[in-house]
Structures are given as C-alpha cells and as structure tokens.
Design a protein around this ligand. Structure first.
Ligand code: HEM
Length: 161
C-alpha cells in the first residue's frame, strides 16, 4: 500500500530502530542459539563478537552504517565464514525461526510491510548460507559489494554461479 511519498520512505535500518535495536536483537538471538539443541553444536566456540558482527552485517544490508565492511569483514568474508560448515535445512529452518522469535521479543517492528521484507531477507540469506556451506568455491569476487535490501521484491530468479 502506498502511504508515503518516495522522498520520505525510511530505510529498513531506520524503520527497524537503528543499531541498538539490531545489536539487542542478535544478542538475544545467539543466547537462544546457545540453548538450542539443534544449533548449539553448530555455533559452539563462536567468537564473542559474532552477535555484534551479524547485527552490523544485517544493518548494513538494510542500508544502515557501513560498520561491518569498514572494520569487520566483507561480503566475501561473510561467505567464507560459512564454507565447510555443511549446514542442513533443519539447522537453517531453526535459525530462521529463532531469529524471528528474538525479533518479536526485543520489539523489532512487526508491521506487515517490514516483516515481509525482513522474512524475505532472512530466507534469501539463510538459503545462500546453506548453499555456501556446502561448496568449496566462492562464486563472488573478493571485492563483491555488500548486498542491499529494500522494501520491494527480489528482482528476478535465482541464478547459480
Ligand atoms: C541472513 C542469513 C545470515 C547472515 C546475514 C549471516 C551472517 C554471518 C556473519 C556476518 C558471520 C561472520 C561473523 C563474524 O565475523 O564473527 C557468520 C558466520 C557464521 N554463520 Fe552465518 N549468517 C546467516 C545465516 C546462517 C545460518 C542459517 C547458519 C546456520 C544454520 C549460519 C551459521 C554460521 C556459522 C556457523 C558461522 C561461523 C561462526 C564462528 O565460528 O564464528 N549462518 N554469519
């Protein structure tokens, strides 16, 4: 539904509530991951910075500050983190469920438009993570730009690299 003019449409980052909200969200999410029988073994030994890095990554994709790519990694490095992990659909599905439950708990906006964009991103990103975790080559260039996510649709069919 068109409710605002194009010039006043906030980014997903702004609508979500800024960096404090992203950090609170992923902090709670990875606490839940640590208590989860399916995901705890996957993330056992993860770095103490993991939750913040994922917050900064998603915030940047949602057109927030470039904290992740300035100081913490790149899209290529994020892909690299998943390689060799041999993630499964069962693990992915639990990851997507828990991160949405954490979003509810910390008060990430739950309006239909925002959640549609959010779930679209989480599905897209998590399915790519599973694909990348089960390959030994990265199709992306080392200097590939960070993805950008907006309010709209995916823009086209999946193309395997
Ligand atoms: C939108 C989806 C996802 C995003 C944006 C994402 C983002 C990231 C980022 C930024 C890192 C690096 C963190 C760091 O620098 O410390 C990472 C690592 C990792 N991710 Fe993901 N991820 C996604 C989906 C998943 C899923 C679905 C799983 C498993 C079910 C997963 C498992 C892992 C693991 C095991 C690591 C390495 C952890 C460690 O040992 O430090 N990711 N992810």
């Amino acid at each position: 539904m068109e409710t605002q003019s194009k010039t006043t449409v906030p980014t997903l980052y702004e609508w979500a509530g800024g960096m404090e909200k992203f950090e609170a969200w992923t902090r709670l999410f990875y606490q839940r991951v640590n208590e989860d029988p399916i995901l705890e073994p996957v993330f056992r030994g993860m770095s103490p910075e993991h939750a913040r890095h994922v917050a900064h990554f998603i915030a940047e994709v949602f057109r927030g500050p470039t904290t992740y790519s300035d100081t913490e990694g790149s899209h290529y490095e994020m892909i690299h983190h998943h390689m060799g992990k041999n993630l499964t659909e069962v693990q992915r599905r639990r990851w997507v469920n828990l991160i949405q439950e954490a979003a509810d708990e910390v008060g990430v906006p739950d309006d239909p438009e925002f959640r549609s964009a959010l779930v679209g991103y989480l599905e897209w990103g998590s399915r790519l993570a599973v694909i990348n975790s089960n390959t030994d080559t990265i199709g992306e260039a080392v200097d590939a730009p960070m993805p950008k996510w907006g309010w709209g649709e995916t823009g086209g069919p999946y193309i395997s690299t």
